[in-house]
Design a protein around this ligand. Sequence first.
Ligand code: PHE
Length: 357
Amino acid sequence: MDALRNKYLGLIADAADEAAIEDVRIAALGKKGEISLKMRELGGMSPEERQVAGPALNALKDEINSALAAKKAALADAALDARLREEWLDVTLPGRPRPAGTLHPISQVTEEVTAIFADMGFAVAEGPQIDSDWYNFDALNIPGHHPARAEMDTFYMHRAPGDNRPPHVLRTHTSPVQIRTMERIGAPLRVIAPGRVYRADYDQTHTPMFHQVEGLAIDTDISMANLKWCLEEFVKAYFEVDHVDLRFRASHFPFTEPSAEVDIRCSWEGGTLKVGQGDDWLEILGSGMVHPKVLQAANVDPAKWQGFAFGLGIDRIAMLKYGIPDLRAFFDSDLRWLRHYGFAALDVPTLHGGLSR
Ligand code: PHE
């Protein structure tokens, strides 16, 4: 009995994992285990022998069973300890620094403009940057022979050889969104449409890709006075001042009648651009009353509806507000410039929270 006991307790002590423990259990207490076989021998013993051997074997069986269970628990604890030692994590370490990105001034200004016009009840509309000549020109009362097509320095897309349809264009302004929006929701409406536009032009205040916000308000009794009020309110809110000198200049666009261009007073002294002072004027937008032919082209009845439209240069007003003298720098992707002029991503411009802080 003692030999059996020493043998199995020794094997249990040496077992290195759960599989080894199971092997020991089967060898001792399995159907054909050594101790099980011994218990079967009890039947052939005399009653006196059985009275001694029976309880002793039962006690041995219990002892081995609890040694097996204890070893199993010890192994599980050891495994957990090892894993905890392996997978430690120092939660007091500082986070890894990430490259700090900033919002481009164009994105910031687009958000600011959107917040101001949203407050005046304008929804935001969109259109494609590659558009047909119908939306970019014809529907806006710029027929094929019109000099405005040449003046716009249009980028034309290629057509496959033999395809004689008029080529698509990179939109030269956001005005095609006027047509698309009227087609989509009809009248009345009040929308702005910010986005990229393209013209072959390059100097300190022109880049081949730039940004505009189109404005369009259609209703039964809209006048030039409403246009002027909206633009003045916009400019004051945008520049965060009580007064800005604006100049409305009579102008001409095929898609508005009458038309006006709007300039803002500024100075360029010492290479810095300042708004609201000086003797210079910077043109920031074109505007006017929507031409009846434009309404007609978009299936809006000009006998019933009228409205104003404007196209505002986002890049220009960004330069003015944030004192950025050269437009070309906007698109150079110079990290130092972006860090200097960029905005924190979480400072969402709102009228109540402050536009630019
Ligand atoms: N689309 C004109 C431009 O790009 C601006 C404009 C828009 C003028 C709407 C009048 C009305 O120059």
